[in-house]
Design a protein around this ligand. Structure first.
Ligand code: ADP
Length: 320
């Protein structure tokens, strides 16, 4: 490959900018021309493509969001849209593309690879729901945002012996809830991967309050249901439980990326570029046990991420 492009697509995450910076600077370091595509696949179809230089990614490693902006693009779901995208890349002489995004964005990259463009996927999503990588770019920052919020809630909850129900992101994957729950000492963690019994949770909470516990944190992944419904369920079972709900929402996608996410993004961005230069295509880039790994995108998008049951059980043991 001689000319590569990079885009950010789907839900944004902290660290996308750091990944972009790494792709651009590594590409230039290895003698490639690098182009930035605005607004994901939509920008590709609109031909919003600009050449990037070293300075164009200056002062962004610390910024959340993505300077290229992100978008969802229904037209790119169609074979005609995908062909149009490949044609536009060919007109520019671009033969390699790095896609930073989630599952859907990976599938778009997979389609383009079948049309002759060499593609690499970088896992950019806060949910940590991409297989064949231990961590996605943005996950660590999102967990810090949740833990910081729970710390603040604890102060006020313990003044009143209240229970705090915190709804966090994670439609299919409970990793934000799990990691933030363990780190913040949550009493209850509700995730889509593990069935739960509301009666048991309410009884345990009441017992703990009766034994003198001063607060109780319940973390609910959005895939399980609404925090409001969980709070209602607790109150219905024991009128003495004073449960208050906080929905963190998009705050979890904002803020300066943690050093962990910046370094993950920097390593994966450079790895994607080197893999394209080596002639690889249609691969998701990940990090497993500290090692950089490539996995076929087909396999990445068709494999459900493992849930760490040991960690879940540990969180339960420590929350008594
Ligand atoms: P994420 O990448 O965060 O999972 P989406 O699922 O919204 O976000 O996907 C982002 C974009 O990727 C979509 O708007 C669409 O343009 C493209 N995309 C998603 N799924 C496919 C698919 N099966 N084939 C081609 N393009 C797709």
């Amino acid at each position: 490959v001689k000319k590569i492009a990079v885009l950010t697509s789907g839900g944004d995450s902290q660290g996308m900018n750091a990944a972009l910076r790494s792709v651009v600077r590594s590409g230039l370091f290895y003698g490639l021309e690098v182009y930035g595509i605005q607004r994901g696949y939509q920008g590709l179809l609109n031909n919003e493509i600009n050449q990037m230089d070293l300075r164009s990614v200056g002062d962004i490693i610390q910024r959340g969001g993505t300077i290229l902006q992100s978008a969802r693009c229904p037209e790119f779901m169609t074979p005609e849209g995908q062909q149009k995208g490949a044609d536009i890349l060919n007109q520019h002489g671009i033969d390699g593309l790095v896609v930073i995004g989630g599952d859907g964005s990976y599938q778009g990259a997979n389609k383009l690879s079948k049309l002759g463009i060499k593609t690499m996927g970088l896992p950019g999503t806060i949910d940590n729901d991409i297989s064949f990588t231990d961590y996605t770019i943005g996950f660590n920052t999102a967990v810090s945002v949740v833990v910081d919020a729970v710390n603040k809630l604890r102060d006020t909850m313990s003044s009143h012996a209240r229970s705090s129900v915190v709804e966090v992101m994670g439609r299919h994957c409970g990793d934000i809830a799990l990691h933030a729950g363990l780190a913040s000492g949550a009493e209850t963690i509700l995730v889509p991967e593990v069935p739960y019994n509301m009666d048991e949770i309410a009884d345990r909470m009441k017992e703990n309050f009766d034994k003198g516990k001063r607060h109780s944190i319940v973390i609910v992944a959005e895939g399980v249901g609404r925090g409001e419904d969980v709070a209602q369920g607790l109150k219905e079972r024991h009128a003495s439980i004073d449960a208050r709900v906080t929905v963190l929402g998009h705050i979890q996608r904002g803020g300066t990326p943690t050093p962990f996410d910046r370094n993950l993004a920097s390593r994966l961005g450079d790895f994607a570029v080197r893999s394209l230069i080596e002639g690889q295509s249609d691969k998701g880039c990940g990090i497993i046990n500290g090692e950089l790994v490539l996995t076929d995108i087909d396999k990445v998008v068709n494999t459900k991420k493992d849930f760490d049951m040991d960690m879940y059980e540990l969180a339960l043991r420590l929350s008594q």
